[in-house]
Design a protein around this ligand. Structure first.
Ligand code: SF4
Length: 223
């Protein structure tokens, strides 16, 4: 039996979510997106590159990439095969090159070369599913359109019983119900840092985790 009393009512669940937010604020007060970028277009490219790749690797690749292709038009004009070689070290490079090339063409054709600042339009851009769109809207425009759900947010939300889902879209819906909208952007950044440093995938550092008293994850490390 779990040693931790689970919240039963909506009020208790809200109170518990408040404790989680308070801990994240104390531990990660100033965190933001780790992907280096100068504008919304560069962030979109970096976010597409970050799929199945570390932010560190992406940050190694993007300075040279943006030197070689300084504008969106350069990305639209390059042959996909050449772009794929430029981003090879980020993995899945053929698909990513297709997405970036397609995104540049789409933005130039339909959005006057601007990254749109709304979810509906962003979702029409090649390579931009909800996670990517949430990263761009949240970090580049400060718009809380949803909660970024990556591998860290998925794992931590599940362990902390903020969701019972495994599908990222459903996880996001659960988080949007529990976490206040004004916290969506920061919450995702905080949880990503928390997931990288403390609630790591294998052997989470539960003994030093401030959420231990209110966590009833099955894979919690107790010694
Ligand atoms: S107690 Fe362990 S499993 Fe639970 S949130 Fe903390 S690090 Fe993650």
């Amino acid at each position: 039996m779990s040693p931790v009393k689970r919240p039963k009512t909506a009020a208790e669940r809200r109170q518990r979510a408040g404790k989680i937010l308070q801990y994240l604020d104390e531990k990660f007060p100033d965190v933001t997106c780790a992907l280096h970028h100068k504008d919304a277009w560069q962030l979109l490219v970096a976010t597409i590159l970050s799929a199945q790749c570390t932010d560190e690797r992406v940050n190694q690749v993007t300075p040279g990439l943006f030197r070689k292709y300084p504008t969106m038009r350069d990305f639209a004009a390059v042959k996909q095969e050449e772009l794929a070689q430029d981003i090879r070290s980020t993995g899945f490079f053929n698909n990513k090159a297709k997405s970036i090339n397609g995104a540049a063409k789409k933005l130039l054709k339909d959005f006057r070369g601007q990254v749109p600042a709304n979810m509906d339009d962003l979702l029409t851009v090649p390579g931009a599913a909800r996670k990517t769109a949430n990263v761009v809207l949240g970090t580049a425009f400060g718009i809380p359109s949803g909660v970024v759900v990556d591998t860290h947010v998925s794992r931590v939300a599940y362990r902390l019983d903020l969701t019972k889902e495994t599908n990222p879209v459903k996880i996001e819906q659960d988080l949007m119900k529990t976490i206040p909208q004004e916290r969506w952007i920061l919450f995702a950044h905080q949880v990503i840092h928390f997931g990288r440093q403390i609630c790591i995938a294998r052997k989470p550092k539960c003994l030093v985790c401030g959420l231990n008293p209110i966590c009833y994850a099955k894979d919690k490390v107790t010694a």
